[in-house]
Every structure is written in structure tokens, then in C-alpha cells.
Design a protein around this ligand. Structure first.
Ligand code: ZN
Length: 560
């Protein structure tokens, strides 16, 4: 049974459909037979459409709208079979296009139809007039090079496929949304389209989810790289003293000369070392950093030069040291003053000959590594006191660069704050309004004994405490109740200054009330100092006002 359908025969017998629509305002529901419907502004749909396209791109948005129409078409095909069980195939089939019109989505004008369910014949040529999707695109000023009546197309595809019982694919061969005179679609069984497989991928939501997943990974990857870059505050600052420092770094970067970075703790020596590496002739090589103060003296050689199996108890495997790992790149040695005399001798040899031996090994290995040393102490003084080898000192001191303390470059504080805010907003997924005027002022007047690292920590604290769309207050940055070793006070001129916190009766009383023992106090204080000093024993000792050996001794006594 084959029927030819001509446009002229298309009568608008919609009564059986309109009878099924019920507006139950009192219940807050609209029904089309068994389906709950929504009456929604086309303009709302339009801005949603624009946002979606902007967010995920046209191709992915196309997939979403195709599937949206697809779901709707499935439901309506079910209804069509139920409503006109005794009608001809064409009559039954026309419920789809008629519903499309009834819902206000488009005026459907069948041009040619050849449908025979039993014989599995399907051909449809349909004209769409006044597509809501074309209107969406026009009102939102969206431009496209391809037909854009996606929801309508998805509907036609699922409706026809479900209705006929085989996969039908429609293509919009011309569309007003991309500048054609009219919207026209042609529908045929999938086998009759060459690119059916490619096209059907739009309907596999899984593949889209996979794509979204990939996209998500890419975004994460990007934000990680962004964060990595954001960690680089090298170059931020306009003060003359810092510009001079950067000039020195830029000049020495391209060669292979060793560089010695000097400056207080927290001025950003590692960040500068990393920038130096990135500006060198081998930016693709490894950048390895080691804080010599963080390694116990008896392990420092193994850490730097590697170790052969069985060299000492515990050395169960041979492994590379930092030098070998940095081969072809840069090794950054912070707190170089902490190196043991033997490590100093080996380091000198690597610098002079480019050779090393692993601990417990007799084989000589060649390495090509640029060394950047750093210290917050006076190395020259250490040489005089016999704590540091003079020949190594001269070797390293070929190109010394002093990194200024933050209090000596106060004009750089605002751009640094901006930089950290940007970075921290990203990592905490929130956006504060930045520092309040009072907080900014306090930052400009403060002495920053911990330099840039302290500034970053304080801003991080402020961002954590402050809600989005709120300003970071001075209290959020400088909690006056802090029991930290450094606190903020007022000088006689009314400026905020860093000061050692003096024990007050109030907190001593509190501790006594809590029954805190002297041992616990000591333990907490030592651990706190070590944490703040990032496990740097010399630095922790300085914080506690004691010598390094004295602190090391006390740390050993601590319960594990
Ligand atoms: Zn169109």
C-alpha cells in the first residue's frame, strides 16, 4: 500500500489533537494527553540557546538540540499511534507535523510524502515556515554557516523512525537560519544516506559526554598550567631596585654560568631560579630544586649525587641523585650553606669537571647541569669562619645577585597583591572584591619580615576567610589574636609594624587553665617553627631565637 501525498491534500484536521490539550492552571499543569507540557517564551529559549552555543560551541550545541527534539519526537510518535489507530499511514503520520505546528514550533508544510509502513518505504520532503529556531538565531544575532533548525530536525528523525519502525534520517537541505530562502528537509531511510553513521553520532549522548569529559580534562590541564604560570611572580614589580635585579637575571640567563642568589627568606629565590632556567638555552630540560637545609647532613650526599645499592644500611636500591636527574637542565640548591664539607667537595668537583660518583660507587659519571645556588646567610662570613670552602665560594660567587627584601620595594606590593589574588581566586574558585582600603594601607606599611612568601600566605588567608563579592578586611589579613611568633603592632607614629609577641598574662593564664604541660608546649612550638620554616632547621632556629645545633638536638628528642 503506497500513498503519494501532495501539499494540497494536507488538511488541518487537528480536532482530535486539540481535544487532548488541557490547561489546568489551578494545578499548575498543562497536559497533552498523558504528557505534561510547558508553555515557555520563545525569547527565553533564544537566550538559553545563545548561552549554550557560546559555552560549548556550535557543534556540541547542535547535538544537544538535536537530542532535545529527539526525545520530544519519541513521545509524540507514541501518541500518534494511539490517537488515529484506524487512519491511513499518512493520516497517522501527519500527527507529528501537526503537533509540531500546534506546539508553535513551526508551520509544517509537507511537499511530498511516500510512506508505506508494510513495504518499509519512506520518503518525505517537507517545508518549514516560521521555524522558532530561525527566530531564535535572528533575535540573538547568531550567525551560522549550516542549517540550524536542530530541535525540529531531531524531532522529525525520532518521530519518523519510531513511527515507521526503521531508522529514518532527515537533513535540512536549505535553512533560512543560514541565509537560504526557506527551510526544507528531506527524510529517507538511513541506508540511503552516505554519511548516516557520522550524522547519527549526534544522538549518542555518551560520545558527547566523553567529549565533554575530554574537554573538562583539557580545561583542568590548562588551569594547572595557568596556575603554574601564576606561581611565577618573577618580573612583577616596577621599583627601580627590583628592575635592576631582573636586568641582572636576564643578562646571565642565556649562558651556563653558575649563579648565586642572595636574599632573605621568602624573597622568591626559587621562583627567580625557575625563571632563570626558563630564560636559559635549555628551557626544555629539567629544573630540579633542593633545599639543602631540609635534608639531614648524613643523607645530603646520597640525595645530591645518588647512591649505589648497599652503600649503607638502608640503601637497598641504586638510585640517581638530583644532579643526574637535572642532567641537561638546571639544579637549584637553596640554603647551600648547609652542605656538609664532603658534599661541598663533591659539588666543587661537579662544577669544575662535570663529573660525579654515586655514594658507594667507583664509577665516574658525567653530568651537564647548570647550578644555581642560594642562601639567606652571608657566605663570605661562613668562609671566614671555616664553615664553607673558599674555593667553592669563589666558584659560585662568579655571578651573585641580591634579591631585595619586600620592605625595600614597597611600591611593588600592590601589583604582587593583584597577582596573588588572581591566582588564589582561581584555585579557591571564588572571587572576592580584593583588599579593603584599610587592608591595602596596612599592607603598604607593614614590614614583611617573611617577604613575598608571607605576603602570599596572608593573602591566601584573606581569600579563604572572605566570602565572594566581599572585600578582604584588615582583620582577615592580620588577625590580632594570632599566637604566631610574629604579630602586628602599632608604632609610635601609628604605623603597623612587625613585632615579637610578648607573653601576656592572659594567654599564659589560658594555657595554665588548659593544663598544657611544658613538654607539650615545647613540642608544639618546635613543630610550629619547623612547619613555618618549611622544615628548614636553620630558619626554624632563627624563628625560635636559638642555634641550629641546639634546635637539632631538641628535635631529636621529640617523640616520633
Ligand atoms: Zn531552518
Amino acid at each position: 500500500m503506497t500513498m503519494k501525498y501532495r501539499a494540497a491534500e494536507h488538511s488541518a484536521l487537528l480536532k482530535d489533537l486539540t481535544d487532548r490539550i488541557h490547561f489546568l492552571g489551578s494545578e499548575g499543569k498543562i497536559w497533552l494527553d498523558e504528557q505534561r507540557m510547558l508553555l515557555m517564551q520563545v525569547s527565553a529559549m533564544a537566550s538559553f540557546r545563545r548561552e549554550l552555543i557560546e559555552m560549548i560551541g556550535e557543534e556540541r550545541a547542535k547535538g544537544f538540540f538535536l537530542r532535545l527534539g529527539y526525545q520530544s519526537g519519541l513521545k509524540d510518535a507514541e501518541l500518534a499511534r494511539k490517537l488515529r489507530p484506524n487512519g491511513s499511514d499518512i493520516d497517522m503520520f501527519l500527527i507529528g507535523p501537526q503537533l509540531h505546528s500546534l506546539k508553535g514550533m513551526v508551520n509544517v508544510r509537507p511537499v511530498e510524502m511516500d510512506i508505506d509502513i508494510e513495504a518499509g518505504i519512506f520518503y518525505a520532503e517537507i517545508e518549514w515556515v516560521d521555524s522558532f529556531e530561525v527566530e531564535n538565531h535572528q533575535s540573538e544575532h547568531l550567525h551560522s554557516d549550516q542549517p540550524i533548525c536542530w530541535t525540529l530536525l531531531g524531532y522529525a528523525i525520532s518521530y519518523s523512525s519510531f513511527f515507521i519502525g526503521r531508522q529514518i534520517i532527515y537533513k535540512e537541505v536549505s535553512c533560512r537560519g543560514c541565509g537560504d530562502k526557506m527551510c526544507r528537509i528531506i527524510g529517507k531511510p538511513a541506508e540511503e544516506w552516505e554519511d548516516a553513521d557520522t550524522f547519527m553520532r549526534y544522538f549518542q549522548s555518551d560520545s558527547i559526554i566523553d567529549e565533554l569529559h575530554t574537554l573538562q580534562l583539557q580545561v583542568e590541564n590548562m588551569s594547572q598550567r595557568l596556575q603554574l604560570r601564576a606561581g611565577q611572580f618573577y618580573g612583577i614589580g616596577r621599583s627601580a631596585i627590583y628592575r635592576k635585579t631582573c636586568e641582572l637575571i636576564d643578562k646571565v640567563a642565556p649562558g651556563k654560568a653558575s649563579v648565586l642568589l642572595l636574599g632573605e627568606t621568602g624573597v622568591g629565590k626559587e621562583v627567580i631560579a625557575r625563571s632563570l632556567h626558563l630564560r636559559s638555552e635549555r628551557p626544555g630540560g629539567p629544573f630540579i630544586a633542593l633545599n639543602c637545609a631540609a635534608i639531614t647532613p648524613d643523607l645530603i650526599e646520597a640525595e645530591l649525587f645518588g647512591v649505589e645499592k648497599g652503600a649503607y644500611t638502608g640503601a637497598q636500591q641504586s638510585r640517581m641523585g638530583r644532579f643526574e636527574r637535572a642532567h641537561g637542565g638546571t639544579l637549584f640548591l637553596d640554603e647551600i650553606i648547609e652542605l656538609t664539607p664532603r658534599a661541598q667537595a663533591s659539588l666543587l668537583r661537579v662544577l669544575q669537571e662535570g663529573e660525579l660518583e654515586r655514594v658507594g660507587d667507583s664509577q665516574t659519571r658525567s653530568v651537564d647541569v647548570r647550578v644555581i645556588g642560594a642562601t639567606h646567610d652571608d657566605l663570605g662570613q661562613a668562609v671566614k669562619e671555616g664553615r664553607f670552602r673558599a674555593d667553592l665560594y669563589y666558584r659560585l660567587n662568579v655571578y651573585p645577585v641580591r634579591i631585595p627584601a619586600l620592605r625595600d620595594r614597597r611600591e611593588d606590593i600592590p601589583p604582587l597583591i593583584e597577582h596573588f589574588l588572581e591566582k588564589l581566586h582561581l584555585s579557591y574558585q571564588k572571587k572576592t572584591l580584593g583588599l579593603s582600603d584599610r587592608a591595602s594601607e596596612a599592607c603598604l606599611r607593614y614590614d614583611w619580615p617573611g617577604n613575598i612568601r608571607e605576603l602570599e600566605n596572608l593573602i591566601e588567608r584573606g581569600v579563604i576567610i572572605t566570602d565572594s563579592n566581599q572585600s578582604i578586611s584588615v582583620e582577615a589579613l592580620f588577625p590580632l589574636q594570632s599566637a604566631e611568633a610574629h604579630s602586628i603592632g602599632l608604632s609610635s607614629e601609628g604605623n603597623l609594624i612587625s613585632q615579637k609577641l610578648e607573653p601576656t598574662h592572659a594567654w599564659v593564664d589560658q594555657l595554665l587553665d588548659l593544663g598544657v604541660s611544658l613538654d607539650t608546649m615545647e613540642e608544639q612550638l618546635l613543630q610550629g617553627a619547623m612547619e613555618r620554616a618549611e622544615q628548614n632547621v636553620s630558619e626554624a632556629a632563627r624563628l625560635l631565637g636559638m642555634t641550629r645545633p641546639a634546635l637539632a638536638y631538641r628535635l631529636k628528642k621529640l617523640p616520633e
